[in-house]
Design a protein around this ligand. Structure first.
Ligand code: FAD
Length: 418
């Protein structure tokens, strides 16, 4: 079961596990935003596509995330140009910073009821020294066509209802949504476009079979010409090198009861998404029911219930001291994929096998975009990111200890404003 608050609503469709033997042009492994966006775009292009998920559509990070539709990548547009060169870098920056357009377009084209609002994404400066970088970022985003604007200390405190921040930047291309409803909406759109979806169908073996692939689940198997691995933070032994090429960190959300009206008017009244700058960040938004959803770091194991994340609740009380009586309804966590260079990684380790992982916490828009790009690639289109060899991270078995050390270092850096 998806442990999030979003799963209180049932899916409007039912699926069945894969049974028996089948054939398909393309098999997608993983029914999150990457896999479903790929499947939808492929099915719309007339391809015969089957999606398999070990659990159900949206069980992974896609159906339990913070719901923030953030434009762009973890780095800046200028850094993208430097890292990928003027031609590829320009295309990549333009599409990555416009990725929310794709999300809102899919929502409107497929009538997906997911409480989506284009209310903007705010980056909040927790130390004064972050403002010069934000000022440069606002110029770069504006050059890409995003409506980006710096917020003074007064403006951000008016929007956020706390005097904690030194200023910020709002990018009006961003917004927020209910991520499980959005993911399920893409699943339904893919089904309507002709894709076949199977839940409870964990792929146990993926092997070369002649010119194609054999994909095996507990009760069935499919012969496919092409396979897309879309397992991100839940990548497992099906492709062990891919699993070891990312750090599958946990992130957590605590959700309050609906805020009383005066607080509703005070904290992010336009329902903007806000995330704090720094290495160990907190992110939050107000959902359609008026709940405060606080997100942030998590211990590296599955946890459930608001009491599992007391530090997120403490953070809310520090930001808004009057909120100490507020009740907290739910808490959950999930795994996302970090990469060492902070970019998504696109791989084609063998002909007919594609994978994309590593949205570094910005997957609502980017996974949707990369799913679309995987579909383009299957049809002979251009790759947004260069296709790189899969590089397992040395000493990957120690990733949990590495995350703990990284958080400690990040906290110190954040305090020092580095
Ligand atoms: C708590 C949390 C908060 C976040 N907040 C935000 C946010 O506010 N904004 C943002 O942009 N991003 C956010 N992210 C990141 C974002 O959710 C992810 O980057 C994105 O959802 C990744 O999508 P995906 O489809 O690649 O992977 P996932 O959604 O994780 O899907 C992977 C799927 O693969 C399936 N799978 C794995 N192995 C197999 C197998 N062997 N056989 C079949 N199926 C398999 C799993 O069951 C799963 O459904 C957050 C993530 C978390 C965990």
């Amino acid at each position: 079961m998806n442990p999030s608050l979003y799963a209180r609503h049932e899916a409007s469709f039912t699926l069945a596990p894969l049974t028996g033997k089948a054939r398909a042009q393309i098999v997608v492994i993983g029914a999150g935003l990457t896999g479903l966006s790929a499947a939808l775009h492929l099915a719309e292009a007339g391809r015969d596509v089957v999606v398999l998920d070990a659990h159900e559509p949206g069980w992974g990070a896609s159906g339990r995330n913070g719901g923030q539709i953030n434009p762009g990548l973890k780095t800046t547009p200028d850094q993208v140009l430097e890292d990928f060169g003027p031609e590829r870098g320009a295309v990549l920056a333009r599409r990555a910073w416009a990725a929310p357009d794709l999300v809102f377009d899919l929502i409107s084209r497929h009538n997906i009821a997911c409480d989506a609002v284009r209310s903007g994404t705010i980056r909040a400066a927790t130390v004064a020294s972050q403002m010069s970088a934000l000022s440069s970022l606002a110029i770069q985003c504006t050059a890409l066509g995003n409506e980006a604007e710096l917020l003074t200390q007064e403006e951000i405190s008016q929007r956020s209802g706390t005097a904690f921040y030194h200023g910020g930047m709002i990018d009006r291309r961003g917004g927020q949504l209910d991520p499980l409803a959005y993911t399920r909406g893409l699943a339904l759109a893919a089904i309507k476009a002709g894709a076949k979806l199977h839940d409870r169908s964990a792929v146990s073996t993926l092997r070369r079979d002649g010119a194609g692939w054999s994909v095996v689940t507990p009760h069935g198997s499919i012969q496919a010409q092409q396979v897309i691995l879309a397992t991100n933070g839940y990548s497992g032994p099906v492709h062990d090198r891919l699993r070891r090429s990312i750090v599958p960190v946990f992130s957590a959300i605590a959700a309050s009861a609906p805020l009383p009206p005066p607080w509703r008017a005070r904290i992010l009244a336009q329902r903007e998404s806000l995330y704090e700058l720094g290495e160990i960040t907190t992110y939050y938004r107000i959902d359609a029911a008026g709940r405060l959803l606080m997100g942030g770091r998590s211990a590296s194991r599955n946890l459930e219930g608001p009491e599992a994340f007391p530090y997120l609740i403490a953070r809310a009380r520090r930001l808004w001291p009057g909120l100490d009586k507020l009740e907290w309804e739910a808490g959950w966590n999930g795994q996302l994929a970090l990469t060492l260079d902070h970019y998504p990684h696109l791989h084609q380790p063998e002909p007919g096998l594609l994978a994309c992982v590593g949205y570094n916490g910005r997957g609502v828009a980017m996974a949707t975009l990369m799913g679309q790009n995987l579909a383009e690639l299957v049809q002979g289109g251009e790759a947004l990111f260069p296709e790189t060899p899969i590089k397992p991270i040395p000493f990957h078995f120690g990733w949990k200890a590495g995350v703990v050390a990284g958080i400690a270092k990040g906290r110190i850096n954040d305090r020092l404003g580095l």
